[in-house]
Design a protein around this ligand. Sequence first.
Ligand code: PAF
Length: 279
Amino acid sequence: MVIVKTIAEAQSACAQLRGEDRVLGLVPTMGALHEGHLSLVRAARAACDTVAASIFVNPTQFGPNEDFSKYPRTFDDDCALLERDGVDLIFAPTVEQMYPAGASTFVVVEGVSDRLDGASRPGHFRGVTTVVSKLFHITGPHKAFFGQKDAAQVAILRKMVRDLNFPLQLVVCPIVREADGLALSSRNRYLSAKEREHALVLHRALGKMEEVAASGERSSARLIEAAREILAQEPGVRVDYVAVVDPETLKDVFEVTDGALAAVAAFVGATRLIDNVLL
Ligand code: PAF
């Protein structure tokens, strides 16, 4: 496995990994890796001839009062896990490499970027689409792997790939959960033992939405109300949103249809967590 830090090195190493006719997979990450990320690596390994992963805590996707400076950075452990799971190349650029002084070009997927997490975190998805476009240009993958936990990110990146004609396939892998249902997230590291218990309410709320939908209820408002009742049982949890949306457009749906996305975001203490399920 090679680790490269500059864009020029990444471009030439990825060109070699692609060779004449090899399929290159890319797993973009911000590090602080967990089984969710590693499931993406394994999916990439299974579907591609060669695999590159990026580790870059992207400043442009954090708001001014968010956790950019304290976001967990576990570079050596991350590299060991990626090597163990068969990654060929790690691209770990500095902020100066990715955003040299004076850089002022951004990629914005209009409309959809302002919904769900985009509504709560203005500018977040502009940062995501900008850095992911750059990573796609630099590494030139045939397939790129993302987790369904970030359902809004997936919808926006799918649209970006389509709108900007990126010649690659976006592969979305299922949410990985702890045995008790907690969706894996790098931010789970921030939770105290008590908060971790409280955080399980997100999974319970989504379970309730599934249960209500399975009973034949078609009103999204009723599902949302049922989820909010569950979430209200944990006083340490402050709801950001509970929504039922179209998974492509992220627009609210009022009548639950098969494949609608039920999504929750909530603060557990100071930590904002998200989770979702396709109904
Ligand atoms: O999902 C993430 O970890 C990030 O948003 C991504 C896609 C690596 C871009 O920084």
